[in-house]
Design a protein around this ligand. Structure first.
Ligand SMILES: Nc1ncnc2c1ncn2[C@@H]1O[C@H](COP(=O)(O)OP(=O)(O)OP(=O)(O)O)[C@@H](O)[C@H]1O
Ligand SMILES: [Mg+2]
Length: 234
């Protein structure tokens, strides 16, 4: 299993962000869907060991990510909104990450720069990037060092049509090569073709989870009418 949660709970003071979440995320590509505030990004941060569960437990590649930071060596992550330093160039930021991971910076940067078409702006200071450039850099960072598991929070936010297509094909290619993905996205349809497993988190609970083919019908119903979606989810 890539991620396994048992009776997972996360509270922020009075806010219950996740409540009694039980899921087993297998290898391959998993899509996490659900309305705003559903708990998706919180789940990702718990899986990465950035947050400590209030209750229950979470495992990443069979280990406790809060206690065994080492497990993160196998992981890449892109946050939403992109969390990047302002006053360095994209290249300097990627170098920093490559060095922290102990991989060859020049080689890794060349690879991801080509993958995400970043040559034109990689040497510019990050505070001068457009939203789409920020997004591309933040996705590229997740691929530094060829991690086994890649977490992407809203990879298509602020991305133009053409780049969205490119990102989907990169995921398809990397998935073919054995990388597992956990993708959080409101724009879910383009990922369905690649998805092996789907989890819908709503109001901190698992509303639906299962194999992509198995849940396709329920998902289509859920998203067809936003009204019934929210009624169904409340
Ligand atoms: N650091 C935090 N401190 C306090 N409350 C938080 C924090 N992070 C998240 N929350 C709350 O936890 C709940 C779940 O938030 P989360 O960001 O996980 O949702 P999400 O599913 O990612 O939503 P979105 O689709 O809007 O990104 C929300 O009510 C949110 O306000
Ligand atoms: Mg979120």
């Amino acid at each position: 299993m890539i991620v396994e949660a048992k009776h997972l709970q996360k509270r922020f003071g009075p806010i219950v962000a996740l409540d009694d979440v039980n899921i087993k995320i297998p290898e391959g590509l998993t899509l996490i869907l659900g309305p705003n505030g559903g708990g998706k990004s919180t789940f990702m941060k718990l899986a990465l060991g950035l947050y400590r569960p209030t209750g229950g437990e979470i495992r990443l590649l069979g280990r406790n990510p809060w206690k065994e930071a080492n497990v993160r060596k196998n992981v890449g992550v892109s946050f939403d909104p992109p969390a990047l330093p302002k006053f360095v160039s994209g290249r300097e930021w990627l170098s920093f990450l490559a060095e922290a991971k102990g991989v060859d910076a020049e080689e890794e940067i060349a690879k991801v720069s080509e993958m995400f078409n970043m040559g034109a702006f990689l040497n510019r200071r990050i505070d001068r990037y457009s939203s789409g450039m920020l997004k591309r850099l933040s996705i590229a960072q997740a691929f530094i060092g060829e991690p086994k598991v890649v977490f992407l929070d809203e990879p298509l936010a602020n991305i133009d049509f053409e780049s969205a297509g490119q990102i989907i094909s990169i995921l398809a290619e990397k998935k073919e090569g054995g990388t597992s993905f956990i993708v959080i996205s409101h724009i879910w349809e383009p990922f369905m073709e690649l998805a092996d497993y789907v989890v819908v988190l709503s109001a901190g609970k698992v509303y639906l989870a299962g194999g992509a083919e198995e849940v396709r019908g329920s998902l289509e119903k859920l998203f067809k009418s936003p009204k019934s979606f929210h009624r169904g989810l409340s």
